[in-house]
Design a protein around this ligand. Structure first.
Ligand code: KG4
Ligand code: ZN
Length: 336
């Protein structure tokens, strides 16, 4: 069998990542340079700071990815890059690097949608089988995506306001947890109990949409009110209550969609897919209600932004002949 090697770039937000992927599902290298520390004191990602870091890191990451994979440019089959959605200045660094390498080494250039990349991270766990349902939960997205076949995406549920990860990060500020707050709130949640019983928005409504801004407001109001009357609330219980609300809505709507569409697999993807509470709740709900449904959750290091997932997606795009030329531009609001 011919070795198909893809050099993949990801720079849509605050991670510079370059990976070498063999035959779409084998990781030879996956270098990730995170900028989290530089953004933390601002409480979120500062676009200009992000772009500058990507410029500083991308050459080193590329060299390291090739060296670790023990390949050279002449071994490559294609170059792939995230061209959206994301921060325009950040995306442009990856797009420019990928174009330069494609041009210099006469390689095909594969444009990849970041969100498709998150879903295809599941390929590193198991071969995908269609029809498939993906729960995409990240800092910018909360979507249920139906895939009748490889490369076909249909958004069947979406958030009406905040994304799940965004809600975690926003209540993190109120709890004094540094950005990005998801992981720490997840840890705190396991030490507490759901004593506050926050609202479960849109749980009973006959659609597959989500809403997290009401939960966020209820949380913030509870904390502010306690502050005003000088009451100390238990941080772990607050985190557990918030997380219980997020998870109940995500799990209920996801299973409802899976049942309705009779899918073979459920893929959980994006930064929030690293949430232990969500992983446990989905695992037991599926065991109890839909044991025939195959649940695929990428390992934690492949849930956040990384180049490997872009390589996995590019392998499928390449099969379909989806190529870009050197006019490829970043599209910050790219849809499926
Ligand atoms: O996919 P990602 O790395 O970047 C985007 O494309 O947005 O997702 C980042 C988001 C952040 O909001 C972060 O707080 C959240 O994922 N996150 C988590 C956990 N780990 C990361 N949220 C909940 N629980 C976690 N364990
Ligand atoms: Zn992402």
């Amino acid at each position: 069998e011919k070795r198909e090697l893809i050099l993949a770039f990801e720079s849509s937000c605050d991670e510079t990542s370059v990976a070498v992927i063999e035959n779409g599902h084998h990781i030879l290298s996956n270098i990730i340079a995170t900028q989290i520390k530089s953004h933390q004191r601002f409480g979120g990602v500062v676009p200009e700071v992000a772009s500058r870091h990507h410029v500083e890191q991308i050459t080193r990451c590329t060299e390291q990815a090739l060296a670790e994979a023990n390949v050279t440019y002449s071994d490559l089959t294609a170059v792939a890059v995230t061209y959206g959605p994301g921060l325009v200045g950040a995306l442009l660094i990856g797009v420019t690097a990928a174009k330069a390498i494609a041009y210099a080494h006469h390689l095909p250039l594969v444009p990849v949608n970041h969100m498709a990349g998150h879903i295809y991270a599941a390929r590193f766990v198991a071969p995908l089988a269609y029809p498939l349902l993906a729960l995409l939960v990240s800092g910018g997205h909360t979507e249920l995506v139906y895939m009748p076949a490889a490369g076909e995406f249909e958004i069947i549920g979406d958030t009406r306001d905040d994304a799940a990860g965004e809600a975690y990060d926003k209540i993190g500020r109120v709890l004094g947890v540094p950005y990005p707050a998801g992981k720490e709130i997840d840890r705190l949640a396991h030490l507490g109990q759901d004593t506050f019983n926050f609202p479960r928005a849109m749980l009973k409504e006959p659609n597959l949409d989500f809403s997290f801004s009401g939960l966020k407001s209820a949380f913030i109001n509870t904390v502010h009110h306690a502050d005003q009357i000088g009451e100390q609330l238990d941080k772990a219980d607050l985190a557990a209550s918030f997380q219980a609300s997020v998870i109940e809505v995500l799990v209920t709507k996801t299973l409802k969609a899976a049942q309705k569409l009779q899918v073979k697999q459920l893929v959980v993807a994006g930064g929030v897919a690293a949430n232990q509470g969500l992983r446990e709740a989905l695992t037991s709900a599926i065991q109890a209600q839909m044991p025939e449904l195959q649940l695929i959750m990428p390992p934690l290091r492949l849930c956040g932004d990384n180049g490997a997932m872009i390589g996995a997606a590019a392998h499928i795009a390449l099969r379909k002949g989806t190529l870009a030329d050197l006019t490829l531009n970043a599209i910050p609001g790219l849809d499926f």
